[in-house]
Design a protein around this ligand. Structure first.
Ligand code: MYR
Length: 283
């Protein structure tokens, strides 16, 4: 039987106990604040990050894992497994997946497959958790990858930020003039298209944006028996909890979780951002 292990990066923001129970290996991205570099989820957590940057003059920056980090991780896994499936944030916003691909070609004695989630955060986490459950059940890498590609067909995610400056500064927003967001106070709904972030719709208020996103989920919830959804917040957990209670009441066939934008993604979105991602679970 093929022994398959699942690797992901820190931006899936899968809690440590969940990673441990599903044998998910995590390679961290880093945030750089002033002269200090922190591996997220190891040296700094989301609460510490948002707290720290509030009192910092220097704006944080992010960096992908080093090639050496991937090589070391894969070499270590080669001792116990035949196959790695390395699942990462969108290749259109980070070089992380390219790093995993390169390392995979350098390590002998183990097959490395990479999977581009074309998204990030717990939406990426949905793929990782499903793949890890299947690996634990002894499924072959081919069957796991087939399932991930199937999940991609119904995966959707929308998010909004309080201030577009973070995305502009990091060069991660496409198709939107800087002046529009700041001058007109537009709260655009954002999403991923062809692996990069683009505006989905321009909405005037946060409330309207949240209503529009919820309506899209409700439309899918009326078509499918079972949906898994995650509400993603950037240090605004209370708002996420309230939204979850509201949505759960009108969509009983949707299983909601609450997750977060951690340090690396928070650097590019800013505090107060909010997102909703979901996919259709086949029974
Ligand atoms: C790096 O330095 O390689 C990391 C760059 C990360 C860019 C993040 C841009 C925002 C992503 C938003 C994801 C929303 C998912 C629902």
């Amino acid at each position: 039987m093929t022994k398959t292990v699942i690797v992901t990066d820190s931006t899936a923001y899968i809690p440590e106990d969940k990673r441990a129970s599903l044998n998910i290996k995590m390679v961290p991205l880093s945030v750089v604040i002033g002269n200090d570099t922190y591996r997220e989820e190891i040296d700094i957590n989301a609460y510490e990050f948002y707290d720290k940057i509030r009192n910092e003059k220097a704006l944080p920056k992010t960096s992908q894992p080093s090639l050496g980090n991937f090589v070391n991780t894969f070499e270590e896994l080669e001792k116990d497994y035949d196959t790695i499936i390395s699942i990462h944030l969108s290749s259109g916003i980070s070089g992380t997946l390219a790093g995993a691909e390169q390392a995979g070609g350098m390590v002998e004695g183990i097959d490395v497959y990479t999977f581009d989630t074309e998204i990030s955060c717990m939406v990426q986490g949905f793929y990782v958790i499903r793949a890890a459950e299947m690996a634990q059940a002894g499924e072959t890498p081919e069957v796991i990858l087939q399932e991930l590609n199937k999940m991609k067909q119904s995966m959707r995610a929308y998010f909004m930020v309080d201030n577009l400056d973070h995305l502009h500064r990091g060069g991660r927003l496409n198709g939107f003039e800087r002046v529009i967001g700041s001058v007109l106070q537009v709260k655009p709904i954002l999403h991923f298209e062809n692996k990069v972030i683009v505006p989905f719709e321009k909405v005037r208020t946060r409330k309207k944006a949240m209503k529009r996103i919820a309506d899209m989920l409700e439309e899918d919830a009326s078509k499918y028996d079972k949906i898994k959804a995650t509400i993603i917040h950037a240090n605004n957990e209370q708002e996420a909890i309230e939204w979850k209670i509201l949505l759960e009441a009108i969509m009983p066939n949707v299983e909601f979780t609450i997750s977060y934008f951690g340090p690396v993604i928070g650097t590019h979105l800013g505090e107060g951002s909010m997102g909703l991602g979901w996919y259709h679970v086949e029974s």
